[in-house]
Write a protein that binds this ligand. Structure first.
Ligand SMILES: *Cc1c(COP(=O)(O)O)cnc(C)c1O
Ligand SMILES: [Zn+2]
Length: 437
């Protein structure tokens, strides 16, 4: 029995060949997931194998995704895998952030250490491998953010043509710059995000372009390895809580699937709880969890947040994410622009740094400990999703007191660090530096 695509909807569960080019279930429209025959290996065998691969010079073993290839067995050969040595991201203890978050201890798993600076690389190496296997020449996504940057890099590295569709006049330059540099053909369409999604589906069919959007099940498989690597780094001891930001909720889906699969295999003894943090202006998943009727998600029509990576009003992976959060006994919290900005500065003061969306984790932890949901002594891992340099404009504005929330409201710089203009005069500079200590 080979790997297959399975409909995620409980009432359907239709199965399709792993090489079928479909993005939703053709029968019911549900989300798809990759499913595999049960692994034969014992947990000790897998742990030893994965640990030994860390010493190997083989590109596949050096990848923090493909090292764990037994957990993502959707290919029949690894000949066409392109790796930029994604994953391999560190666990960073952060006492100052822990104190700010109301915890005794806090560790960050920093996905910003990836080749293009975000966790999207963990998924994209798998999405690109599937594209090569399918024999397509072009891949596309709709995004102005980290997905574009990552897709551009992996597609170009694999010899595919990356095509990015973005709404005209809605460009975020930092991340777009990466996409241009990595050779993506970039089309600015005069339409909104949802219209472009529909357009791209038509074009994909007509031109044989493979879509690497957020619901792509192979990207989800790659993102699972973030959790496998985390457990490997912790010698297979589960934390109590894993905290992450939620946008399209692909990562939440991936983490939950990975944890369930590791638990079923006997690799971990305990299931951690998942805490998903959203920005107040883009919190449809938070709203869903507040309601008793969770059969459909009410989209936020004009999502607003400076944390652009989680500025999503209609998250496509919500059914999977709902299942994972509920079954893990988890939580969903929302945080304000001010809370995100201050938490981000605190993460910076730890010498770590991250992009705004990632800092929602620490802001959320602060609220969840204050509410007693996460106890002070809990073993918590927060996932920082993107690199500090993704959004330098935000940083400069925060530290100089010029950061404005989407409504135009000026945010306070509680941890501001304004550069000081000084004359070319050693005496004056000495007096100034003696005054600060
Ligand atoms: C994509 C992204 C997110 C949101 O992840 P989802 O899987 O869409 O919920 C958060 N932070 C960063 C930096 C991202 O690039
Ligand atoms: Zn179905």
């Amino acid at each position: 029995m080979p790997a297959e695509l399975s409909c995620f909807e409980e009432r359907c569960r239709a199965r399709f060949p792993i090489t079928e080019v479909i993005y939703n279930c053709p029968r019911c429209g549900g989300l798809l997931e990759a499913v595999y025959p049960p692994l034969e290996e014992k947990p000790e065998t897998l742990r030893d194998l994965w640990r030994r691969r860390r010493m190997s010079n083989l590109p596949l073993d050096q990848s923090g995704v493909w090292r764990y290839r037994e957990m993502i067995a959707f290919l029949d050969t690894f000949d066409h895998v392109v790796t930029l040595r994604e994953g391999n991201t560190p666990l960073l203890p952060a006492p100052r952030a822990a104190a700010y978050g109301g915890l005794d201890h806090l560790v960050f798993k920093h996905q910003g250490f990836n080749p293009t600076g975000s966790f999207k690389d963990n998924g994209m190496t798998c999405g690109a491998a599937q594209a090569v296997r399918l024999g397509v020449r072009r891949v596309a996504c709709v995004s102005t953010g980290n997905t574009s940057a990552s897709m551009a890099a992996y597609a170009s590295a694999a010899g595919l043509q990356p095509i990015i569709f973005i709404p005209h006049g809605n460009i975020s330059y930092g991340k777009l710059a990466q996409a241009l540099e990595y050779g993506a053909k970039t089309l600015q369409v005069e339409a909104n995000f949802d219209q472009i999604l529909a357009l791209v589906r038509v074009l994909a069919e007509r031109l044989g372009i493979y879509l690497l959007n957020s619901i792509n099940p192979f990207r989800i498989e790659g993102q699972k390895t973030i959790m496998v690597e985390l457990m490997d780094q912790r010698d297979w001891n589960s934390p109590d809580w894993i905290v992450l930001p939620g946008g399209n909720l692909g990562n939440t889906s991936a983490f939950g699937k990975a944890l369930r699969e590791m638990h079923a295999l006997g690799l971990i003894a305990k299931m951690p709880r998942l805490a998903v943090i959203q920005a107040e202006g883009a919190a449809p998943f938070y709203n869903l969890l507040q309601r008793r009727d969770r059969t459909h998600l009410r989209a936020v029509h004009h999502p607003e947040t400076l944390a652009t990576a989680i500025k999503i009003g209609d998250p496509v992976s919500w059914p999977k994410a709902l299942h994972e959060v509920v079954s893990s006994g988890g939580a969903v919290e929302k945080v304000s622009e001010q809370e995100i900005a201050d938490a981000k500065a605190v993460i910076g003061l730890c010498g770590i740094g991250c992009e705004p969306a990632s800092a929602a984790t620490l802001a959320g932890i602060r609220k969840l400990t204050a509410a007693g949901v996460i106890p002070t002594g809990a073993d918590v891992v927060a996932v920082l999703t993107g690199n500090v340099l993704k959004d330098p404009d935000y940083i400069y504005r925060y530290h100089t007191g010029a950061l404005e929330a989407p409504g135009g409201h000026r945010l306070a710089s509680h941890f501001g660090n304004n550069p000081i203009v000084v004359p070319n005069d050693p005496d004056q500079i000495t007096r100034l530096l003696e005054a600060v200590n």
